[in-house]
Design a protein around this ligand. Structure first.
Ligand code: SAM
Ligand code: SF4
Length: 438
């Protein structure tokens, strides 16, 4: 009997914006080849998981999902399963030992080959994880909403922070050409996108021919009509005065920077391989604040890195108090097999990691409330993104500083730029009222 061919597929995406960009490219690629995407996983001939390896928890979630779909596959044996992306890259054939019902394991450079292999009649799982097969030009820009989107400017990372799996699963840093980036920004702008975030693991180390990251920003602003431009993620070691100047003197650059600190202890930073000191980090913040009237700063922090002493954790709290972050992603250290830090003894007991994390979260929440309350009375230029989750009368907008502002909409529609006067604030949200229409 001929095997039933794959016609429909369902995709679940885990992890960062890079993975969302890859999923978006894969969906475009699959649909252009005649496969139909379905929203209901139980109706799909092919179930795809685009995965994340940054922390163990992200991997365990996928392993849990693979366990849950076993029964479904038993009932519908024609259904195929693909695990793609970072976890596929990291685990390779080990994944088919954990979950033998997985048919395809495609690493980060092989994701877009999925449509070529899904209808091959193979009895064993297909595992493709070799690097060097990527077609950079395939990578699609993505729309987060009809009015905001992401354009990838570089892939991979060369930094090898000792805790991090990214350089192993995503390979070394490769930059897209400025022409390609400008083309993708223009594509989104032509489709009505108002705000674009340029994306990379370390955007500010961008280099293509003679063009560095500040040059790229100026070029994108010159060659496109994008009204609002952002970027993510910046590494403190590559944050130059030249970049700060672009932020300061280009009004279409949004005044927000995501600048991961990771730790407030110089000894821990050194062990993390972050190659900057706290003093340098603080001098960047000072320069940013001096040159920009208004700037929102967000960060990533890790607690419980091997050998982190209580007073070193307290130093992280001190920097958080000094910088007064607008928001932070905060994590407990998670051992990633194969990384340099995985050879260190993971000696901080789990209960200490949790206690430190909770203390950090509580402090950051207090600081976020203060920082948001400093916005009260200010007028922010915001992009209206849609209705609020709670009420049809209340709209949700994104401020220049990347904060959510809720306001009574009246006749204002999605996609418009509005001036909102901030009237109240909590740790996560601002509330405002319309000041005047653009
Ligand atoms: N390239 C970006 C950077 O350097 O900030 C993002 C990398 S990673 C996807 C996002 C964040 O995850 C990191 O900034 C770090 O705080 C956290 N992270 C990475 N590896 C981790 C680990 N092994 N344990 C806990 N958190 C980790
Ligand atoms: Fe990981 Fe460091 Fe690269 Fe960020 S800069 S992706 S934390 S190795």
């Amino acid at each position: 009997m001929a095997e039933k061919k794959v016609k429909t597929f369902h995709i679940s995406t885990y992890g960062c914006q890079m993975n969302l960009a890859d999923s978006s490219t894969l969906v475009a690629n699959m649909t252009s080849k005649g496969y139909q995407r379905v929203d209901d996983e139980s109706q799909a001939d092919l179930i795809v998981f685009n995965t994340c390896s940054v922390r163990d928890k992200a991997e365990q979630r996928v392993i849990g999902r693979l366990g849950e779909i076993k029964k479904h596959i038993k009932r519908k044996p024609h259904v195929k399963v693909a695990v793609v992306g970072c976890m596929a890259q990291r685990l390779g054939d080990e994944l088919t030992k954990i979950a033998p019902h997985v048919n395809f394991v495609l690493g980060t450079d092989r994701i877009f080959e999925l449509p070529n292999v899904i209808n091959e009649n193979e009895k064993t799982s297909k595992i493709m994880t070799a690097f060097g097969h990527e077609d950079m030009d395939l990578i699609e820009p993505i729309k987060e909403t009809p009015f905001s989107g992401f354009v990838t400017i570089s892939r991979g990372c060369d930094n090898f922070c000792t805790y991090c799996i990214v350089p192993y699963v995503r390979g070394s840093e490769r930059a897209h050409s400025a022409e390609h980036i400008i083309h993708n920004v223009n594509r989104l702008v032509d489709e009505g996108v108002v705000e674009i975030t340029l994306l990379g693991q370390n955007v500010n180390s961008y280099k293509y021919n003679d063009i560095d990251f500040p040059d790229l920003l100026r070029l994108v602003l010159k060659e496109t009509k994008v009204p609002r431009l952002r970027f993510m993620t910046s590494h403190p070691k590559d944050l130059s005065e030249k970049l700060i100047d672009v932020l300061a003197d280009e009004p279409r650059m949004m005044p927000h920077i995501h600048l991961p600190l990771q730790s407030g202890s110089n000894r821990i930073l050194k062990r993390m391989g972050r190659v900057y000191k706290v003093e340098h980090y603080l001098s960047i913040v000072e320069s940013l604040r001096k040159k920009l009237d208004y700037l929102s700063i967000t960060t990533d922090l890790i607690v419980g890195f091997p050998t982190e002493k209580e007073e070193e954790f307290e130093q992280t709290l001190d920097v958080v108090r000094k910088v007064k972050y607008d928001a932070a992603f905060m994590f407990r250290y998670s051992v990633r097999p194969g990384t340099t830090a995985s050879r260190y003894d993971d000696d901080i007991p789990e209960e200490d990691k949790i206690r430190r994390l909770n203390k950090l979260i509580a402090l950051q929440q207090e600081i976020a409330i203060e920082s948001n309350q400093r916005e009260i009375g200010q007028i922010r230029t915001c992009l209206v993104e849609g209705k609020s989750r709670r009420s049809d009368d209340i709209m949700r907008a994104r401020s220049e500083g990347n904060k959510t502002v809720l306001f009574k909409a009246g006749k204002i529609k999605e996609g418009e730029i509005v001036h909102l006067r901030i009237t109240s604030a909590d740790a996560f949200t601002l509330h405002g009222e319309i000041e005047e229409k653009n």
